[in-house]
Design a protein around this ligand. Structure first.
Ligand code: SF4
Ligand code: SF4
Length: 104
């Protein structure tokens, strides 16, 4: 499991750097975020949830049944959308209303 940061989408806001509890994300000389030691990432997804530019994807490894799928996150208003994209192109989404999330 690890993240991948898309430098083309990254605007260098630094939110993911602040969010990572393991201090794993740094900024490059060009101001873009990168993860230096991908194997140290334990998949808390904090960085995904902080990025407002959808620049971070998370790889779901075979150990959690991901088979190479990627997880992405989008926040619009109070709706959080989690999307899993499989290698064969299959897309599944889960929407969570943050205002109602304490109900479950
Ligand atoms: S939160 Fe997203 S846009 Fe901001 S530095 Fe990290 S990857 Fe780049
Ligand atoms: S998923 Fe968690 S541990 Fe991994 S880089 Fe992002 S914030 Fe750090």
């Amino acid at each position: 499991m690890s993240i991948q940061i898309n430098k083309l989408k990254c605007v260098g806001c630094g939110k993911c750097v602040e969010a990572c509890p393991g201090n794993l994300i740094k900024k490059d000389t060009d101001g873009k975020a990168f993860i230096k030691h991908v194997k140290d990432c334990w998949g808390c997804t904090s960085c995904l949830k902080e990025c407002r530019f959808e620049a971070i994807n998370f790889f779901l490894g075979a150990d959690v049944g991901g088979k190479g799928s990627t997880l992405s996150f989008r926040q619009k208003g109070s709706i959080n959308t989690w999307t899993v994209t499989s290698p064969d192109g299959t897309v599944k989404t889960l929407e969570v209303n943050r205002q109602e999330s304490n109900k479950y």
